[in-house]
Structure formats: C-alpha cells, structure tokens
Design a protein around this ligand. Structure first.
Ligand code: CA
Length: 262
C-alpha cells in the first residue's frame, strides 16, 4: 500500500515516544461548540470532528461520530487476527457514519446533521511508526517536519474542487462566499468514504489535527511559526494556536490536537 513520502531530515532518529495535547474553544462569536476532539493514546488514535446541523444536531453529530469511531478502532485493536490500518480506519469511518445517519433518520429535528472527521492512527511497525491519516470534509491534518509545514489532507469542499479545476486561485477561494460548502460529510448519506494516506514518521515530527475555525483565521505560515515556537510544549502550542485564531476574529469553533513524535 502506497505511503506518501515527505523527505525526512538527514539523520532522523526513530520515534520512541508519542505525546499529545488538545484544546477546543467556542471562538468569539458562537455560543456553542459543535467541534469534538478526542484520543485513545493507548491505541495510538487521535481525532477531531466539526459538526453541522440545526438544533443540537451539530454537537451531537461530532460527538457521536467521534465516540463511535474511537470505539470501532478499540474493537479492531483487540481482535485476534491483525487487520491492516487502512481497513480499520475505513471500517471505523463506516461505523461512525452509520451511527450519525441512523440517529438523524430517527429524529426529525436532527435531519441533515453531519460532521467532518480527521484522524491519525499511529501504527508501530518493524521499521518504526507510520501515521495513517483519514479525513472526510474540511478538517485538516498538517505535519511539521524539519521546520516545514505540510498539509497531509485535501479538503472535501466546493472551493477545493474549483481550485483543482483551475477555476479559482487559493486566494480567491479564501474569499469565496461558498467556501463553507463541503462535498463530503459523515452522517447525511448511508455511506461515505474517507481519504486515507500513510506517512512514515521520524523523531521531531509534529502532527496537527484541526477544525476550520483555525485554518480560516490564520495562515499556514502563522501555524508553522507557532508550532515551531512551541514544539517543546504541546499545551502551550495548542493555547497559542487557539489564541491566534481568536485574535483574528474567532468566528467559528476552534479545535486543535497536537501529536508529537520523540
Ligand atoms: Ca467549523
């Protein structure tokens, strides 16, 4: 199965320890926080979900998706025969989708609720750790490696499709009135497929999982600066990212989850 290779720093050491920190904030405009973030460090799994939908729908969708996703990965980790990471992730996304879809079908007020999901599964193999990254929607995973920031996911959004078709530039996309429209979500349909990619890890790598409440407010360059500055203190890094998003408007809920390889 193909892995994406981002060049490793020369003399990169193997990963011996993984640490993480998370922060979720409603932002400065919204009273509710419809984002959810969570992890199961013993399973090497980290995830962020950004819910949408009226009434209590958005919050429920992101919570339910995240819980179901983590539960499914817990079950597949304890199975007797080893299952490959990609299949475990796609099964967990399937389960999360079905849980949200079924709940929305049952209660009229929840119709149409949905959520994004971005997750990293850190798998320890014979040659070190691999991060298997899954995403649905426009929540993102970035990797900071050797001072460079790499976006590991591609948004499932209307503007991303327009960029790929050569109809919009990245700058135009940021100002587009339809930049909120996502083309894939967990919940609205009976099935959904996630994009899943694998990335070999080296000591010093930092992964960032984030909802769009961060990436709409601050640039990738600002994210790179803040992650570089706080690479040694993940809680301070989360705090700095959330504060920067709020200083730039805080128009949406902000959730950041940092996973550092040592
Ligand atoms: Ca959002």
């Amino acid at each position: 199965m193909a892995k994406t290779e981002i060049e490793k720093p020369s003399g990169a050491a193997a990963v011996t320890r993984i640490r993480s920190a998370m922060r979720s904030h409603p932002g400065r405009v919204r009273s509710e926080n419809q984002d959810s973030g969570g992890s199961a460090p013993e399973l090497g799994i980290y995830a962020v979900a950004d819910g949408m939908g009226g009434a209590a729908g958005g919050e429920l969708a992101s919570n339910l998706a995240l819980e179901t996703f983590l539960h499914s990965l817990g079950e597949s980790a304890s199975g007797t025969s080893p299952v490959d990471a990609r299949k475990r992730l796609s099964d967990a996304v399937f389960a999360a989708n079905l849980a949200v879809f079924t709940r929305a079908e049952k209660y009229r007020a929840l119709r149409g609720m949905g959520t994004t999901l971005v997750a990293a599964l850190m798998e320890r193999g014979t040659e070190g750790y691999t991060a298997w990254v899954a995403n649905v929607g426009d929540s993102r995973c970035y990797m900071l490696r050797d001072g460079q920031l790499h976006q590991l996911t591609t948004d499932h959004s209307l503007v991303e499709e327009q960029i790929e078709a050569g109809l919009l530039s990245r700058d135009q996309a940021e100002r587009s009135p339809v930049r909120n429209v996502i083309t894939r979500a967990i919940g609205p349909h009976t099935e959904v497929s996630a994009d899943i990619t694998g990335h070999d890890l080296a000591a010093g790598d930092v992964l960032l999982l984030t909802s769009d409440g961060l990436t709409r407010e601050i640039s990738d360059e600002k994210i790179r600066e803040l992650l570089t500055e706080h690479a040694g203190d993940l809680s301070a890094g989360c705090e700095a990212l959330v504060n920067a998003a709020n200083e730039h408007g805080g128009r949406d809920n902000i959730t950041v989850l940092l996973v550092a390889c040592e």
